[in-house]
Write a protein that binds this ligand. Structure first.
Ligand SMILES: [Zn+2]
Length: 360
């Protein structure tokens, strides 16, 4: 979707304050030896591959200001664009699909409407300023589903955003709650990809069980929330109700793919505790084109298993920028044993390009 000249102009004005060198870096990669380091061009069997990072964070300060939300990590900010581009270049990431972790799910309606309006417009402007390096997922106020439907349609059709980012739950409510059905229906109608990023398991925090060393709210809380969210989408029939829904779950889908067969086994072990039955075996939902997974895993063996559970076509490279879980995301994909060139290309960017409408 084209973004108007006015938006483009204001986008360029919006990033101009960071300085010419940085603006140039956004418009065109620095030449080798130009002081910002060489851009790594990923080549597989002689073919230049456009890599697409499905999991890259940012924040829009003007939107956060609407509800006085703190700005968290400096790496999330636009003003660090030169660092972001330099890191993308060094890592071999050509395009980032930007998403914002929802912090507005408890905001009342008017504030949420204003926040999302500002946020989606700024995302669109920013991407228009460097369209060869960035696309973005729309944000919506899921806690007000009717408003979210309007926001999503506007963001995709009018602002040119490429998908929808959501949390793993909405102020304590599951994504599988029927109140969100209108949003999934709209996403299905628009044919867009949803990026699901967990927000931790806030409900466990009052118990204190995640306190102490190890940042357990994130280390295990995040993958746990994703596991809960996906499991409800399967067992509550949401994926059956919306067969065209496409959801990419962060962090390799949390713990679900590593223990998915237990979800099949519960149907025979405790048959009176499951129902209505999902149309397919739970493990089948990992493979059938509705669920996708990023590559924020930590070993080639973990990737091999994720691929065995979900299939090559369901997996897209992610970095979690600016959080340095893995500084060599491309090498991580190259290290997975036994893949064909085409399979590596699909993970590195082919699948994401198709789902996000990025030219390769
Ligand atoms: Zn993340």
């Amino acid at each position: 979707m084209a973004v108007g000249g006015e938006l483009l102009t204001s986008a360029l004005a919006g990033i101009a304050f960071i300085g010419c060198a940085m603006t140039n870096a956004a418009a065109a990669p620095p030449a080798p030896g130009a002081g910002q380091g060489r851009r790594r061009e990923v080549v597989v069997n002689g073919k230049r591959v456009k890599t697409v990072d499905i999991h890259a964070h940012c924040i829009v300060p003007e939107a956060a200001a609407v509800i006085n939300h703190p700005l968290e990590a400096p790496g999330l900010l636009w003003s660090n664009l030169s660092d972001r581009i330099a890191e993308m270049d060094a890592e071999g990431i050509d395009v980032e699909a930007l998403s914002i972790n929802p912090y507005w799910y408890r905001a009342e309606r008017d504030a949420a409407a204003e926040l999302i309006k500002v946020q989606n417009e700024k995302l669109a402007e920013f991407c228009a300023g460097a369209p060869d390096r960035f696309v973005a997922f729309a944000t919506v106020a899921l806690q007000h589903p009717d408003l979210a439907v309007e926001q999503l349609e506007h963001a995709i059709k009018r602002l040119g955003l490429r998908g929808l980012s959501v949390g793993g739950s909405v102020a304590g409510q599951e994504l599988a709650d029927p109140k969100f059905h209108p949003v999934w229906a709209k996403a299905e109608e628009l044919g867009i990809l949803i990026f699901l990023h967990p927000l931790g398991t806030r409900e466990l925090e009052p118990s204190g069980r995640l306190k102490g060393s190890g940042l357990l709210t994130n280390t295990i809380g995040n993958p746990l929330e994703t596991t809960i969210a996906l499991s409800h989408l399967i067992f509550e029939g949401t994926l059956d109700r919306f067969p065209g829904l496409k959801i990419c779950a962060a962090h390799g889908g949390g713990y679900l793919p590593s223990y998915a067969n237990r979800s099949d086994a519960v149907i025979t072990t405790f048959p009176n505790r499951v129902g209505p039955l999902p149309k397919k075996k739970p493990t089948q939902y990992l493979k059938d084109g509705q669920l996708y997974f990023d590559t924020i895993m930590f070993t080639a063996e973990a990737m091999r298993h994720l691929i065995a559970e979900a299939g090559i076509g369901q997996i897209m490279i992610g970095t979690d920028y600016p959080f340095p879980w893995n500084r060599v995301p491309v090498d991580h994909i190259m290290s997975i044993p036994g893949l064909s060139d085409d399979e590596r290309i699909a993970i590195l960017g082919g699948t994401a390009a198709k789902l996000l409408g990025i030219e390769v």
